[in-house]
Design a protein. Structure first.
Length: 109
């Protein structure tokens, strides 16, 4: 997991490419992960990964730290804790947004 510094995303700045057999995944994380790149891969192909940075997202209730990944083909995906360690698996459905909550405390914290 690499780390970058990004300005927060303003309200209404996320546009998702979803529809038919293409979906999106939003991963909500603890603030301590801000700027980190989170990787996901199809369950059947761990080598084919995509990633995005954890950024501040301003919502009605305040700030959420999250990763937004769109243009994902429907199917089962692995969320990677680091380059070698899977954290969880999620199902992405076409035409929909799947949400996942990164645990506040990880197993080896």
């Amino acid at each position: 997991m690499s780390h970058h510094t990004f300005a927060p995303s303003g309200q209404g700045t996320v546009v998702l490419n979803i529809g038919a057999d293409i979906g999106a995944l939003v991963i909500h994380t603890p603030g301590r992960l801000r700027g980190h790149e989170i990787e996901v891969s199809p369950r059947a192909d761990a080598g084919r990964r995509t990633h995005a940075a954890v950024r501040a997202r301003y919502v009605r209730s305040g700030v959420r730290w999250s990763v937004v990944l769109d243009s994902l083909h429907a199917g089962r995906y692995v969320i990677w804790r680091d380059p070698a360690t899977p954290l969880a698996e999620v199902d992405v459905r076409g035409g929909a947004v799947t949400e996942f909550e990164w645990p506040e405390r990880e197993p080896h914290d």
